[in-house]
Design a binder for this molecule. Structure first.
Ligand SMILES: Nc1nc2c(ncn2[C@@H]2O[C@H](COP(=O)(O)OP(=O)(O)OP(=O)(O)O)[C@@H](O)[C@H]2O)c(=O)[nH]1
Ligand SMILES: [Mg+2]
Length: 359
């Protein structure tokens, strides 16, 4: 890839040219060779924007709410980039073209950029690709990035590795409130939104979420938002808010709460520590990715692989034994290595909540 082209896109990006932003996003999305050269420049110079994750089950009204939230924040003076994450579909190859760049037009929305992005389901999935896109948006002068993800278990949790503030959207009639509590998804939310306030049953969803939050935290005396506890700990108790995305009612209160959450993160030094945690997480993902690719290419050039495949087929070895033999061949074990590999080694690292704050 021509270095000049990367330089040009970077310069245009820094001047806030939307076409450069769209181009840069496509490079990263498609893992184009120019992407890593561009990202190197961006990492060296671009700040960390405030990333707000908007997640929740399908149909709750995330996409309807996001433009209202963006407009509200942009009216307050922010430049807001919206990244709507579509899971890659084998049929469409990800986001549908017509939906990729939405024109917000109008005087007051000039500071809002929308782009839907496809995750390729690679090693890092949502976390790495979107985290890169977030920095690209920051390089183009956006100080707030809204990331909308489809609520589907892992992607909801992945948002924790990218966002500083997480909004979890519920709605009446989806039967998801009990399910969400069970799945522990509520644990990741900083602001809970019950959308479709115009629909019957929305008050009940608010009540049940408030109850579930108090039960899950065993802190019945908590008030919504910032709580200073006796031992000096500062605790953020997620507020439960009602919205109507058809009219925009309730959105400004949601944005106030989000600003309150950001102020708390900044005042406690947590904004910076979250950035460091997110970067650390990505370093680990990238490290695994690079190592795995290198080892894979070495393994593929070995006669041992063909032999093990044959042995697996005739039953003279088992998958674990074969994996160990391959690992020993490319990475001879030493005394510091764990004694044995088991299938438990493949379990994902547990995620931690970011809500308990000690100054
Ligand atoms: N009555 C009512 N309908 C709403 C409201 N917000 C959204 N809807 C409708 O609910 C449907 C789903 O809204 P979306 O914004 O697409 O929901 P989503 O959470 O983005 O859904 P996915 O992208 O599929 O995960 C649409 O038909 C919206 O018009 C609301 O506040 N009240
Ligand atoms: Mg949507």
């Amino acid at each position: 890839m021509v270095t000049g082209e990367v330089d040009r896109v970077f310069q245009d990006l820094r001047q806030g040219r939307p076409r450069a932003l769209s181009r840069a996003i496509s490079w990263i999305e498609n893992e184009a060779p120019a992407a890593s050269a561009l990202l190197e420049k961006i990492y060296a110079q671009a700040p960390y924007p405030w990333v707000i994750g908007i997640t929740g089950v399908g149909g709750a009204g995330k996409s309807s709410l996001v433009p209202h939230i963006a407009r509200q924040l942009a009216d307050g003076g922010s430049r807001v980039a919206i990244l709507a994450v579509d899971p890659s579909s084998p049929l469409t190859g990800g986001a549908l073209l017509g939906d990729r760049i939405r024109d917000y037009g109008g005087e007051q929305h000039k500071r809002v950029y929308f782009r839907s992005v496809a995750t390729r389901g690679g090693q890092g999935g949502l976390a790495t690709c979107v985290a890169d896109l977030v920095r690209v948006a920051a390089a183009a002068g956006f100080d707030v990035v809204l990331v909308e993800t489809v609520g589907a278990g892992q992607s909801e949790l992945g948002i924790l590795h990218v966002a500083h503030s997480v909004v979890l959207v519920h709605a009446p009639g989806l039967g998801d409130d009990v399910q969400a509590q069970k799945a522990g998804v509520m644990e990741i939310a900083d602001v809970l939104v019950v959308n479709k306030a115009d629909r019957p049953g929305s008050e009940d969803v608010v009540d049940s979420l408030q109850q579930a939050l108090l039960l899950s935290e065993r802190k019945a005396h908590m008030t919504e938002g910032v709580n200073v506890l006796e031992h000096g700990c500062i605790h953020w108790h997620p507020p439960v808010m009602s919205t109507n995305a058809l009219t925009g009612t309730g959105v400004s209160a949601v944005c106030d709460r989000l600003h309150e959450h950001l102020a708390l993160l900044q005042s406690q030094g947590l904004f910076d520590s979250l950035n460091r945690m997110h970067d650390l997480h990505r370093m680990q993902i990238y490290f695994k990715d690079v190592v795995q690719r290198r080892l894979q290419s070495r393994i593929e050039s070995m006669a041992l692989l063909t032999r093990l495949e044959a042995e697996l087929a005739n039953g003279s070895t088992d998958p674990l034994g074969a994996a160990r033999a391959l690992a020993d061949a490319v990475l001879p074990p030493n005394e510091l290595d764990p004694i044995s590999i088991t299938s438990a080694d493949c379990l994902a690292t547990p995620l931690t909540s970011n809500r308990e704050i000690t100054p």
